[in-house]
Design a protein around this ligand. Structure first.
Ligand code: 8YV
Length: 312
């Protein structure tokens, strides 16, 4: 029996790659598959950052489904997929703990200056004097932009640090014991640490802009574990250079994996390479779920985790 043709739109974790290679006829975007091969493709698989637009789908007349190995799917034109009756799946929940862990780690890293102090010891500068004092995180005011599953996991951890927690979302969540602030500028004004964990896409593009950074102020820190598009990166670089804000800890960027030289040169940032879900345990769970969605579709069974727009 001939193998099902799958198009791989972006890099995926090694666990998923191994399963795809073993069980399917795999066509890698990087290899520019011929039109004839694309015409046989029944499913697209990709990571959370994969760009899957209508032009790409149009090259695949036999396309039946899209399985994203990631919770975010802002690179997928879901409306175009739906118009063709193509369901899109993603991998929510299994990464909540890891992303929340990294958000807390970044908050501690920038507040307590961990990479900077590590460098200080390595460069033997300790012999010349003490490391400058840092910012206490426990008990500080935290603002969370986006209070979905991951936002709530961050809040739960921050509560254990005795933080005073407020959040911004489209509407107040009555069941949450945190303060709702309808305006992001107002939220930034009242907190010490502002954490972005809202979905990417047109609706949240540059939600964190120059005005928000101005409101966060010279004692405030920005942490971004959402999408690079959520923050106006040029405005952020300017705010960091001019000390309009105290610092930033970022896991995501506008044009990954390219990080602007101006950002990399700054001393008041902590930069990680989009690794919030990047533990072996979680990437395995994400891979299993992405594969299970693909297999469910091919077996004619209900999909496990379709994106909200594709739930019936
Ligand atoms: C990774 C992510 O980018 O889940 C997401 O939305 O951003 C990440 O977990 C990626 O999808 C891993 O393959």
């Amino acid at each position: 029996m001939s193998q099902t043709d799958i198009f791989l739109a972006s890099r995926v974790p090694p666990f998923l790659m191994a399963s795809l290679q073993a069980n399917f006829a795999l066509h890698l975007r990087d290899n520019n598959p011929a039109p004839e091969a694309l015409s046989r493709v029944r499913a697209i698989v990709g990571g959370g950052e994969a760009k899957i637009d209508q032009a790409l789908m149009d090259q695949m007349p036999a396309l039946e489904m899209i399985s994203i190995c990631g919770v975010g799917y802002d690179g997928v034109d879901v409306a175009a997929a739906k118009a063709r009756g193509i369901p899109v799946t993603h991998t929510p929940d299994v990464l909540n703990d890891d992303v929340a862990d990294l958000a807390i780690a970044l908050m501690l890293a920038i507040g307590r200056q961990l990479p900077q102090s590590d460098q200080f010891v390595r460069a033997n500068r300790w012999v010349e004097g003490a490391f400058p004092l840092t910012r206490k995180v426990s008990g500080a005011k935290l603002g969370i932009v986006g209070i979905g599953r991951i936002g709530q996991a961050i809040a739960k951890r921050a509560a254990a640090f005795g933080m005073d927690i407020s959040y911004n979302a489209r509407s107040a969540k009555a069941d949450l014991p945190f303060t709702f602030v309808a305006d992001v500028v107002e939220l930034a004004e009242k907190v010490d640490f502002l954490v972005a964990i809202t979905p990417g896409g047109a609706g949240t593009r540059h939600l964190i802009n120059a005005r928000v950074l101005q409101a966060l102020g010279p004692q405030g820190y920005l942490i971004n574990v959402a999408r690079g598009s959520v923050v106006d990166e040029a405005a952020l670089i300017e705010a960091l250079q001019n000390h309009t804000i105290a610092g930033a800890a970022l896991d995501v960027y506008q044009d990954e994996p390219r990080v602007p030289e101006a950002l990399r040169a700054l001393p008041n940032v902590v930069l990680t390479p989009h690794m919030a879900s990047g533990t072996a345990e979680t990437r395995k769970a994400m891979s299993d779920l992405a594969l299970a969605n693909l297999q469910a579709h091919l077996a004619g069974s209900p999909l496990l985790t379709p994106v909200p727009e594709c739930r019936t």
